[in-house]
Design a binder for this molecule. Sequence first.
Ligand code: B12
Length: 350
Amino acid sequence: MKTDILVRRLYEHAFALGFDQIGICKANLPNHYARQLREFVHQKRYGDMNWMKEKLDIREHPKNLWPDVRSVIVVAVNYGPENNPMINLEHNDIGNISVYARHRDYHDIIKGWLKHLAQFLIKEAKAIYPDIQVKVFVDTAPIMEKPLAMQAGIGWQGKHTNIVSRQFGSWLFLGEIFTTLELPAVESSTMHCGQCTRCLDICPTQAFIAPYQLDARRCISYLTIEHEGSIPIEYRQKIGNRIYGCDDCLAICPWNRFAKNCRHIKLQPRTELNNPLLAELAQLNEEEFRRFFSGSPIKRIGHTRFIRNTLIALGNSKNITLLPSIKRWLNHLDPIIQETANWAEKTIQI
Ligand code: B12
């Protein structure tokens, strides 16, 4: 089979499986990405995501992860929400969960689809390329997924640092198939943010030190998901009712006028996670937390961080009727929970 027919069949199969965009690039990245990544690590903008530092050399270049890789097939899945997620930020008695975490864990779903697509590729290509090898990734390996997506024509890295697509705006998950097969690369995407700075301006914690440069240590997504200890006092009020992740820089992007609702049944939000009451979330003990968030990415942060975040939102609610939800954690054995509960008890009354 000729390569162009193989690629056409691969694209058709990808769309049938559920992917919304697909593109191919060489397993190479322009040198400036490695330089900028090193700068990010050098300035310790990764906070306590130490794996960013430990795997720096590998992350710099796809071939450092797998020397035999020749081509990268990048796929994207649209998870566009039905409503503007920023509406939730106005309701102080609910916890705002970022759009990507309101449904089943995307890693599980996309990994499944990627494995099917990789199997299909092997089956179709084997007659001509018997030695073909593949590896699949979705946010699971030390590689720079966004620059690869840009090279593969999926979209460009916006000033908020995430991929923006002409077809789907800012609401895309990314995944990759690395292969030893030499495939024709598409044209790389070009940048289209122009003079717009809306994503930079809206960030509640001013996490962007410059366009295209995020200091993760200030990012609410990092603070509520990745950061393990107490959340620094200076960010607590700015976090508002965001209890898991943040979508402000994505949601404000003007390119979302082209966004479409997510078409995948498996990625539809659980209704109880669209606007959950803080009072109910604060009732969850460890076992209930694990059961309630089974299959959800939220389970990954564990009970302590989840209650820590919920307590911050409760404090920020300034809704004194919610005080009992804080009080039950005041004497908890975990020092992070106890300290945050004390802060929330004072803050709710100011
Ligand atoms: C670490 C990480 C985070 C960290 C740090 C984010 C970051 N911007 O680095 C935290 C926890 C904060 C985070 C948050 C989120 N994440 Co995240 N995250 C990652 C991860 C694992 C690595 C990203 C990385 O390499 N960062 C290192 C820094 C150096 O990269 P960078 O910020 O992109 O910087 C580059 C450019 O900005 C550029 N650059 C630097 N300076 C300059 C200057 C100029 C002039 C120019 C033009 C360019 C430029 O060079 C840098 C190197 O490439 C990827 C998965 C992966 N393996 O790639 C997912 C990933 C990026 N995350 C994703 C998502 C969905 C999110 C959230 C939206 C989740 C949420 N709702 O809370 C937020 C978005 C916050 C944001 N604005 O970035 C998706 C993004 C999909 C997309 N459309 O692009 C990814 C790709 C996972 C996936 N497979 O889908 N994430």
